[in-house]
Design a protein around this ligand. Sequence first.
Ligand code: NAD
Ligand code: ZN
Length: 392
Amino acid sequence: MKTIRQKFEVQFTYSVSFTQGLFKPENNMLADVLQQDGRSGPRKALFVIDSGVAAAHPHLTEEIAAFTSKYKDVLWSVTAPLIIPGGEEAKNNPALLNKLLEAVNLHGICRHSYLIAIGGGALLDLAGFAAAIAHRGIRHIRIPTTVLSQNDSGVGVKNGINAFHKKNFLGTFAPPFAVINDSDFLLTLEERDWRSGISEAIKVALIKDAAFYQRIKQDAFRLVNRNMEAMQELIYRCAEMHVEHIGGRDPFETGSSRPLDFGHWGAHKLEQLTNYRLRHGEAVAIGIALDTTYAMLVGMLSPAEREDILNLLSDLSFELYVPELSMESEDNKLRILKGLTEFREHLGGELTIMLLSKIGKGIEVHQVNEHLMTQAVQLLQQWQHKRLRLHV
Ligand SMILES: NC(=O)c1ccc[n+]([C@@H]2O[C@H](COP(=O)([O-])OP(=O)(O)OC[C@H]3O[C@@H](n4cnc5c(N)ncnc54)[C@H](O)[C@@H]3O)[C@@H](O)[C@H]2O)c1
Ligand SMILES: [Zn+2]
């Protein structure tokens, strides 16, 4: 018997840049980013825009046209930007993936061309997936336009669409060519989209950085009241922690440990159980509250710290209980608990979920007591009712 053993390493680098007015003629950030590829002559680019962004920024396509005309030596937009429905629809409707792939084919977008996507986390997930599978990977630049995509989903290496009623069932690990966060886009967000990404910042603060958690607490009022400076700081710190985390250990998640998925087993299942009525960030806030309550029940976390976390989430206007949490299946078990199996199947390996031993310190566990988790759901329901009574 003979074996040939193969081994090589591939290094990935990409920048996450922060700006305002990205498509203003005087802003050369995008041109600079493109020139990092070391090539000369105009690069072919296909722009894809989230329909929610296009509606809120009616002059965006004209701005892009003027911009590409000014920077024509660097960039050539092969056609008018493609407007694709934003929100979870982008990930639930397979026809949209096809539409993107057709455009890549029609306009001859090759592996040295760029797919430049502007939108929320869902649209970016779809565009990132299309970019990753067309020609086995074309260059992808993400321009995230929601808080959640600027501080979390848009800065990482994953993409995905939903299938078989499961979140992110189809997807790849594919680092982007670059990410550019333009805070001007945040000005047009609906209230809930301004807010929902804050839960991802609380998530990362809770498992890694108590000082950041305290900072979010101090800034809660400003954040709720749409103070841009406070939001820019939160996004920057959160994105920085994500980038550090991903680059640090296991970017393509080959092991079982996924600290950044704290609160996510429940969140993903709840998104599906609510038929995507909840935004990802809203579901994450509930997922965090649930796992925090469970951590208290198993004696890992003090009741005072649990109270502090639930209060902060509520102060940021997150609802911490929805009736779907208590939905049961035929065997009288909570349907949300199925999320644990689906989470394990999605990630592979041993079930690993993150809990907290204190604020700022995540701790992994490999088993969940379903009886106590059911009790955690009940406690959360009571907590939310009490809070509503106190705040009418
Ligand atoms: N790939 C990853 O690593 C990763 C990580 C976390 C979350 N996600 C995914 O991200 C998605 C959630 O992303 P999201 O919270 O950004 O929500 P979203 O993409 O669903 O967008 C929410 C709504 O905001 C609109 N919108 C976007 N930008 C806007 C703007 N600037 N002005 C006005 N409207 C705007 C969209 O059209 C949509 O209707 C989920 O599908 C989640 O699974 C992916
Ligand atoms: Zn998330």
